[in-house]
Design a protein around this ligand. Sequence first.
Ligand code: SAM
Ligand code: DTB
Ligand code: SF4
Length: 346
Amino acid sequence: MLADAAHDTAAAVRTDWSRDEIAALFDLPFTELVFCAAAVHRAHHRAGEVQLCTLLSIKTGGCPEDCGYCSQSVKADSGVAATRLMDVQAVLQSAAQARDAGSKRFCMGAAWRNPKDRDMPAIIAMVQGVREMGMETCMTLGMLTTAQAAQLAEAGLDYYNHNIDTSPERYGEIITTRSFADRLDTLETVRAAGINVCSGGIVGMGETRSDRVGFIHALATLDHHPESVPVNALVPIKGTVLGDMLAETPLAKIDDIEFVRTVAVARITMPLSMVRLSAGREAMSDATQALCFLAGANSIFTGDKLLTAANAGDDKDAALFARLGLKPMDGEEPLRAAKAGARICE
Ligand code: SAM
Ligand code: DTB
Ligand code: SF4
């Protein structure tokens, strides 16, 4: 199976993965799986480099969606106060700080089901301003109309983040205010507008191995792989359905090894994509993060805060990079095309 699934990966980027093939990757002996993922990583990326990204919540809380993990849903009793959309200048100030701290990518998130047309001029000014600072831009604003996606493309937005979060069959247990198909529709709208797609999900929501297989399968069989795949470990937030579930059943917490397996399978099945070790690093040991980097993760969020939850923090990350001999990635996603024909795992 390893031969079928991974030996040929580099010859062509495959979008015809079967669930059985992906399940078989998950089933590999751990060391073999990580070895293979590391080989795929090396064939397409500079394996000692990790991109540093910064997140900013440009509109926090009061979201009408009911995502069971999220502190920003009106349904959550998390104590997160709802704010209005930030001023453009305040966003640009925050972006300048991120750039000065070494960040190469600035990701702006809004707690919306979808943006209103009257918000678009400010959103566009944010994209243009951050791009002028020389950082890669990413926005995550919920569902988009075709016209809104075209406006974002015109403004020069590099990526749009819109996660599928989990397997199609589990989706309805996590979120009821929209469907998995709605999510795919927006991804298609973004792709058609010519914006790079950032789509991933969350591991550790009490899902089964089969859900993790289904989650990766849904991404790896899109017509074009998302250029960016965030893999989040659930940050259990008090007052959210899933945070409270995890507090009551601590055994539901994701096993570190299974988390690394998920990163490795994402890397093998989507060899050219950036695989982003996103939420949940604050609770992860250096050793687990090191395994994630070995398994092909090549991006992290820096700083003390994600959108509402705590993050590892710059001091801890500087120490981690020094300890592991990792370098911040300079410039965008190297080697994607250059080594597309390289053989791996021989
Ligand atoms: N409202 C927009 C949307 O849902 O597309 C954008 C913001 S939303 C907070 C971005 C992503 O963050 C979610 O899709 C989810 O995957 C991730 N996320 C949110 N809360 C999380 C948590 N508690 N733990 C891990 N990931 C989380
Ligand atoms: C993604 O997949 N993870 C980031 C980013 N995309 C927008 C968000 C993580 C949010 C973690 C929970 C919080 O801060 O509230
Ligand atoms: Fe709203 Fe996004 Fe949070 Fe869902 S994940 S409640 S859509 S902010």
